[in-house]
Write a protein that binds this ligand. Structure first.
Ligand code: AMP
Length: 273
């Protein structure tokens, strides 16, 4: 594994399978790497904690950055490149393209985290321009991010195949997340409720009048110990309210637990109960 801080011409000339991360690697990240290894391409993992996507400076400062442990984890996977750029390389003064995430970027996660998705799209776009990967791999865990990245790839006519990987969970159902390491054990127990709520909302979806169900979903869970920011069922293909033409649904949840913001989602076709 070659650790690089910049992309040189030789690397740019290669067809790369690219997996961006913010480090503090866990089984969700390593599942993406395993998927990348299935391609016959050289795999590049990046670790860059992108300050531009943090609307809260304290959140950025507290974000775990265990770089030595991450390098050890990656050494087990026989990847070709670990890209750890400096901030100035990604964001040269006044010389990079800022990407807007539009209306959807202001909703759901974007509503509580203004500017978050503009920061995400800007850094992903910058990576795509620097690396010109053939394949890029992302997790469905960050569903709104994935949707916006797919949209950006279409808008900008990038010839990059985006592979979406399923969410990896602990046995409790809690989705792996770098932020989980900041939770106490009691917090982790509460956080496992997110997946329970997603599953029971899906169950309700089959048994109740849909128009009623779609409104105020989170009011069903006011008495739980977690502070739900949103719980919504959307059309997976459009990320807007389902219609009679909807084929695949996504239920999204965000909650604050021990001052941390956690998100999760499940997607499904109507027939797969
Ligand atoms: P992050 O380091 O949080 O920016 O995540 C890097 C990539 O890993 C993103 O594409 C995430 O969607 C993905 N990811 C994060 N958590 C999980 C998980 N539990 N399962 C699958 N993919 C994940």
């Amino acid at each position: 594994m070659e650790i690089i801080k910049e992309i040189n011409k030789d690397i740019l000339a290669k067809d790369i399978c690219f997996i961006p991360t913010m480090g503090a690697l866990h089984k969700g990240h390593t599942s993406l790497i395993k998927e990348g290894k299935k391609s016959s391409l050289p795999v590049m993992v990046s670790i860059f904690v992108n300050q531009m996507q943090f609307n809260d400076k304290e959140d950025f400062n507290n974000y775990p950055k265990p770089i030595d442990e991450d390098i050890k984890v990656l050494e087990n996977f026989n990847i070709e490149y670990l890209f750890i750029p400096e901030n100035d390389y990604i964001y040269p003064k006044n010389n990079f393209e800022k990407v807007s995430s539009g209306n959807l970027g202001k909703q759901l996660e974007g509503s509580s985290r203004p500017g978050h998705f503009d920061g995400v799209l800007t850094v992903v776009n910058r990576f795509f321009q620097l690396i010109n990967p053939k394949i890029a791999i992302f997790g469905k865990k960050d569903a709104q991010q994935l949707f916006l990245i797919n949209k950006m790839v279409v808008n900008k006519e990038y010839e990059i195949e985006i592979i979406a990987c399923p969410t990896i969970r602990e046995t409790t159902g809690l989705a792996f997340s770098s932020r989980n390491s900041l939770l106490t054990n009691a917090g982790k127990d509460k956080a496992a409720l997110l997946y329970e709520i997603l599953k029971s909302t899906k169950k309700d979806f089959y048994s109740r009048d849909k128009n009623n169900l779609l409104e105020n979903l989170s009011s069903n869970y006011l008495d739980t110990e977690i502070d739900i920011d949103y719980l919504e069922i959307l059309d997976l293909a459009t990320f807007s309210k389902p219609t009679e033409n909807t084929e695949e649904y996504i239920i999204l949840i965000a909650a604050n637990i021990e001052n941390l913001r956690l998100i999760d989602n499940i997607d499904f076709k109507f027939e797969d109960k």
